[in-house]
Design a protein around this ligand. Structure first.
Ligand code: F6R
Length: 251
């Protein structure tokens, strides 16, 4: 089943997605949230912080597992996803630090770290609600086109285009990570519910291919059509192509 919410702009999209997340937490405070980095969720994290500050939300018992991390970057590196989560979310709410999980980019043995991370997810009883952004090429997490749908958490070689796109965030290209640890499609599909967030006209094409095109490893996010409980929250610009594909969209 898929429910689609169309909101007029980024702020209202972020508010709607934040409300879906906080509804989960209010109904079951000890739930496990799967979280993402990237630019799309920033507004959601801001809204959740606001709800916490207003006394409307507590994350004291909530557990979080993030999708991915660069190999070689530690928590104090400003480009690490652990750093991103601390600065943009965890440092501003009442979550127990022990309940926040991000793959360890400084692990000495990537395979062991991937196995440990799968075990963490399992020990939390699986992910109740997984937040996802969509890459322009259809990636989810660091699951790039053409990879197997069968994988759990694994080590990926970043594509040349991802490395080039990331170079602007680093002092020199030699410092840009070439590998990352990511939950696999298998982990993502095992989440009980999935919340996909998209914003902007530049996402319109991939949103249509994800939800109204053929399911194929060439478009990793297209596998979400096979999940039984997906909520897509997007702004009008991001949903403009999907709307032409005759799908039912709510407001
Ligand atoms: C983030 C992640 C990525 C992003 C995707 C979209 O943890 O795994 O797959 O969700 O690249 O990024 P934005 O939101 O910046 O367009």
């Amino acid at each position: 089943m898929m429910r689609i919410y169309e909101l007029p702009d980024y702020d209202s999209m972020s508010r709607r997605a934040a409300n879906i997340i906080s509804a989960h937490v209010l109904l079951r405070p000890s739930c496990t949230l799967g979280l993402a980095t990237g630019s799309t969720p920033l507004g959601i994290y801001r809204q959740l912080i606001r709800q916490y500050e207003a006394g409307d939300l507590s994350l004291e018992e909530t557990r979080c597992v993030n999708l991915d991390e660069y190999l070689g970057l530690g928590p104090t590196h400003p480009q690490s996803y652990r750093y991103f989560m601390q600065k943009n979310f965890f440092d501003h709410i009442n979550i127990n630090p022990e309940n926040t999980h991000v793959p360890d980019g400084l692990c000495p043995d990537a395979d062991a770290e991937c196995a440990r991370y799968n075990q963490v997810i399992k020990s939390l009883g699986g992910v109740d609600l997984q937040l996802l952004g969509l890459g322009h090429n259809g990636h989810i997490g660091f699951n790039e086109p053409g990879r197997s749908f069968e994988l759990g958490t694994h080590l990926v070689d970043l594509s040349e285009s991802t490395i080039n796109a990331n170079t602007r965030f680093f002092k020199s290209s030699a410092q840009v990570p070439h590998q990352a640890l990511t939950m696999g499609i298998k982990n993502i599909m095992e989440a009980k519910q999935i919340l996909v967030v998209v914003s902007g006209a530049d996402k319109a094409d991939i949103v249509r291919r994800a939800f109204a095109g053929p399911v194929s490893p060439d478009v990793p996010c297209s596998i979400l059509q096979m999940h039984r409980d997906v909520i897509l929250v997007g702004d009008t610009a991001a949903l403009s192509e999907l709307r032409k594909a005759n799908v039912s969209i709510g407001s």
